[in-house]
Design a binder for this molecule. Structure first.
Ligand code: DAH
Length: 359
């Protein structure tokens, strides 16, 4: 056999034997590369007679083409095999059961806010929100809280850096009442909203944390009166504490943004060391409320000769401690998982008046 034919046979066998793309490429380089075997044989043509050179040249080109197409073919085979192998290796068995993942939980504060939203939602209240960084105008002025009111003093209010209480100062809102202002400024009555949210005051002991939560309520229309306010609160408190009725009393009080104003006490008793809310001969304060002061209505561009309404505000921490029995406020915000495991709620059970408020 001629050198050319031997080379052809050996190279085609090597192409077939190559089992990876890398080894196939080595075969290509050693046969067809610049320093490869075919190139080396071609170089011997110079010394041949013209006839022999012509015949050799033609044969060499055929061999070269044959090897090139064998290489291409083998390359396709190896690529397909590599893909098949990869597909087999990366198979996903969709019938396998899902691995259980750690389930998060709902903090009692979120839970109580969601319960309140469910209850007030049923009564036709919408949820309104506002920013936690608020202007002193919305937080105080428009709510008829004058500059010299104690609530504005530095020991209560957190002022933003560089703001010291001058007009136009930014504060961390001390209550959710500014959301009343924001709502009245953009919405024509009738208005029926609650505003759950975070609030801030410079205060810290067993019953106060510098960050806490409130739910504000506001109803404005042409006829809303104290009787409606009392009815709304009684219905809310009975639904929230999950009793048929909660005895309440409205005690005259003072808030700059309401006139008249009242504090609401709920009846309770302690039976065998357990707190029972709703009946009994003891009273505890639970929230503040009143008829929206006509000055506040006018500050918000609402005609107080045509419209009137009521407002109320309550602390979410207190509501949740009373219902779910936490004795101390401070662990609420310690992020202690043991406390959370004990007191937190199932995220899949969303409070609803139909399905129930909680597990
Ligand atoms: N804003 C009051 C506070 O932070 C709570 C409050 C009382 C809100 C009476 C009201 C209200 O809307 O009518 O203590």
């Amino acid at each position: 056999m001629s050198d050319l034919q031997t080379l052809r046979t050996n190279t085609l066998a090597a192409v077939q034997a190559a089992s990876t793309l890398e080894s196939l490429d080595e075969v290509r380089v050693s046969a067809l590369g610049k320093k490869g075997a075919i190139t080396a044989l071609m170089k011997t043509m110079g010394k041949m007679e013209p006839e022999a050179r012509k015949a050799f040249g033609q044969e060499a080109n055929l061999v070269k083409d044959e090897i090139a197409s064998a290489l291409d073919q083998r390359k396709i085979e190896l690529e397909e095999a590599a893909l098949d192998e990869q597909l087999a290796r990366e198979i996903v068995d969709v019938t396998q059961p899902a691995r259980p993942t750690a389930k998060g939980s709902i903090h009692p504060i979120s839970q109580v806010m969601d319960e309140a939203i469910a209850i007030f939602g049923e009564m036709g209240f919408a949820v309104a929100e506002g920013p936690e960084i608020e202007t002193d105008k919305y937080c105080f002025d428009d709510l008829n809280i004058p500059t010299d009111h104690p609530a504005r003093q530095m020991q209560d209010t957190f002022y933003m850096h560089g703001h010291s209480g001058d007009a136009g100062s930014l504060v961390l809102r001390t209550h959710t009442s500014p959301v009343q202002v924001r709502t009245m400024l953009i919405q024509e009555p009738p208005i029926r909203i609650i505003c759950p949210g975070r609030t801030f005051r410079s205060d810290y002991d067993a019953t106060h944390t510098p960050m806490f939560h409130q739910i504000e309520g506001l109803v404005i229309d042409e006829t809303a009166h104290m009787g409606h306010l009392k009815g709304v609160l009684m219905d809310f408190l009975a639904a929230y504490f999950e009793v048929d009725e909660v005895k309440i009393q409205l005690r005259p009080s003072y808030f700059p943004f309401t006139e008249p104003s009242a504090e609401v006490d709920i009846g309770y008793e302690v039976v065998n060391g357990e707190l029972k809310i709703g009946q009994g001969d003891k009273w505890m304060e639970i929230l503040g409320c009143g008829m929206v002061n006509s000055r506040v209505l006018e500050n918000c561009g609402i005609d107080s000769s045509k419209y009137q309404g009521f407002a109320f505000g309550m602390g979410v921490e207190r509501l949740s401690m009373l219902k779910y029995g936490m004795p101390d406020l401070r662990p609420y915000f310690d992020s202690d998982v043991r406390w959370l495991r004990h007191y937190a709620f199932d995220p899949l059970l969303i409070p609803s008046m139909v399905r129930g408020l909680h597990a």
